[in-house]
Design a binder for this molecule. Structure first.
Ligand SMILES: Cc1cc2nc3c(=O)[nH]c(=O)nc-3n(C[C@H](O)[C@H](O)[C@H](O)COP(=O)(O)O)c2cc1C
Length: 139
């Protein structure tokens, strides 16, 4: 059974190199586990969507929650799905601040972002919008 999970968290003083390390590590693990997803970051937060087999998604999220490179994670969205939305990416990478400034404002009231401020429905709509507009980097 396929599920999708989306959460938001706050990065702990992370530069571009540290984020690239997370993306590389995540891609490798996700490929091995049949997980696909997208990691967005910028305006003070991480916003990540992952999808795959339910037990594997739960396990991956549990591991990610333990990671000290971020904190204040909030689960925004969890649902069973009949098909994947991110099947092109083991872990796609989106730098939110490189997009046109108003893009993120389509889905939130204000910037910078906090995990508490983003609704599950908006988070899902935003990541689907990113996929549809080809704003997601790397396979
Ligand atoms: C914001 C963020 C997103 C992450 N995303 C993933 C992911 O999608 N898949 C994954 O396996 N690990 C991800 N990680 C890394 C895990 O938290 C954890 O460090 C890793 O699975 C441990 O790998 P290791 O046992 O090889 O050291 C992420 C970490 C952070 C901080």
């Amino acid at each position: 059974m396929l599920v999708q999970l989306i959460y938001a968290s706050v990065g702990n003083n992370m530069g571009a190199a540290a984020i690239n390390t997370i993306v590389a590590q995540g891609r490798k693990h996700n490929l091995e586990r049949g997980i696909t997803g997208v990691l967005c970051h910028g305006y003070g937060i991480f916003l990540q969507a992952i999808e795959g087999e339910r037990a594997v998604v739960n396990q991956t999220y549990a591991e990610v929650l333990q990671d000290e490179r971020h904190s204040d994670a909030q689960l925004l969205y969890f649902a069973e799905v009949s098909e994947r939305s991110f099947s092109n990416w083991a872990l796609g990478h989106v730098k939110l601040e490189k997009l046109n400034a108003p893009f993120v404002l389509k889905y939130v009231e204000r910037l910078p972002l906090t995990p508490s401020q983003i609704s599950g429905a908006s988070a899902k709509a935003m990541v689907l919008d990113l996929v549809a507009t080809a704003a997601v980097g790397h396979r």
